[in-house]
Design a protein around this ligand. Structure first.
Ligand code: PMV
Length: 318
């Protein structure tokens, strides 16, 4: 069975876990699902296989296999047949581009279908969220909110992509894998950052501000709260022990470019996840100017552009 899912970019971030065993987030989050970047995942159970097999972008092996196997165990049961898993992404993986979100959303949807299970979004979200906190958000398209609830997490749609079309320009400043994975970094933050508890306390306020901006389609309000929330998340990391700085010099230069464009009246704001890439969210009519300005910066390695996209889904196997 084959599923496709797109990465999502958090505008109000998830950083920190309230339960590491169940992989439950400490805070809710709001994201936008992309359209032009994707992960396609084939999952086929086969009684003849002695162990799970993984091919990532044409290469056998891959460090994601243990997490994928555990994800398949939760979806299909530990007594399942071993699986042949083939994953393809059209963007750099493990570099702060939310590749784990699209990979685990696609794996969950494909594995449920391969196991003959007809699961609703709530069940899929809980399973995808166990594998990667942000993966549950890629199950839905457009603007997505992930909330904590008594049973764990739930996801819901705030607006579809068609209702408020925005464009995301991604400036790739470095292509290698990140130094510290997000799970480890979140735990270091929770245990050592002096700013962590106020982050958790203030998140409801940030979520409410973003929800109301999305409701009203108020780009300026969304820009202000998203940038604030992003810089707050990175401040927690910078003040952790050991400190974690995912940015490089080009990341900072991209922020300065975005500020300059804003000064010239361009509808754009930045957000940055656990990596050095800068995501510039912009009004579609300004996307070309944002793209060409960011790509003319010498230390930006590549620029990718994406509209907002739809939910994870099953597709015909290729
Ligand atoms: O789902 P994870 O473990 O890859 O963590 C995602 C963390 C951030 O990307 C930094 C923020 C977010 O909400 O996506």
């Amino acid at each position: 069975m084959r599923a496709i899912a797109q990465p999502n970019i958090a505008l109000i971030k998830y950083w920190g876990k309230r339960d590491t065993g169940q992989n439950l987030p400490a805070v809710g989050s709001i994201s936008i699902t992309l359209c032009d970047l994707y992960t396609g995942m084939d999952v086929d159970f086969d009684d003849q296989l002695a162990e799970d097999q993984l091919i990532v972008n044409g290469d056998a092996g891959g460090s994601m296999l243990p997490r994928l196997s555990a994800c398949l165990d939760r979806v299909a049961g530990e007594d399942r047949a071993r699986a042949r898993i083939v994953s393809e992404s059209n963007f750099p993986i493990a570099a702060g581009l939310a590749s784990s979100a699209s990979a685990f959303a696609a794996a969950t949807v494909a594995a449920a279908a391969a196991a003959g299970k007809d699961l609703d979004v709530a069940e899929l979200a809980s399973l995808a969220g166990r594998a990667s906190g942000s993966a549950a958000r890629s199950l839905l398209g457009g603007f997505v909110e992930l909330r904590n609830c008594d049973s764990g997490i739930e996801v819901g749609n705030l607006r579809t992509a068609a209702e408020w079309p925005l464009t995301v320009v991604i400036a790739i400043t470095e292509t290698g894998p990140k130094a510290v994975g997000s799970t480890e970094a979140m735990e270091i933050s929770r245990k050592t950052s002096p700013f962590y508890s106020s982050w958790v306390e203030q998140q409801e306020h940030d979520l409410a501000a973003a929800r109301s901006a999305i409701e009203k389609r108020d780009f300026g309000q969304l820009a202000a709260i998203a940038e604030h929330n992003c810089l707050k998340m990175h401040s927690i990391m910078w003040a952790s022990r050991p400190p974690m700085v995912y940015w490089n010099a080009a990341t900072m230069r991209c922020l300065q470019i975005v500020r300059k464009l804003q000064g010239a009246g361009i509808g754009v704001f930045f957000t940055i996840d656990a990596g050095p890439q800068v995501k510039a969210v912009c009004l579609p009519e300004h996307a070309e100017q944002v793209r060409s300005t960011l790509s003319s910066s010498d230390d930006v390695a590549a620029v990718m552009t994406s509209e907002l996209g739809d939910a994870a889904r099953l597709v015909e196997s290729s």
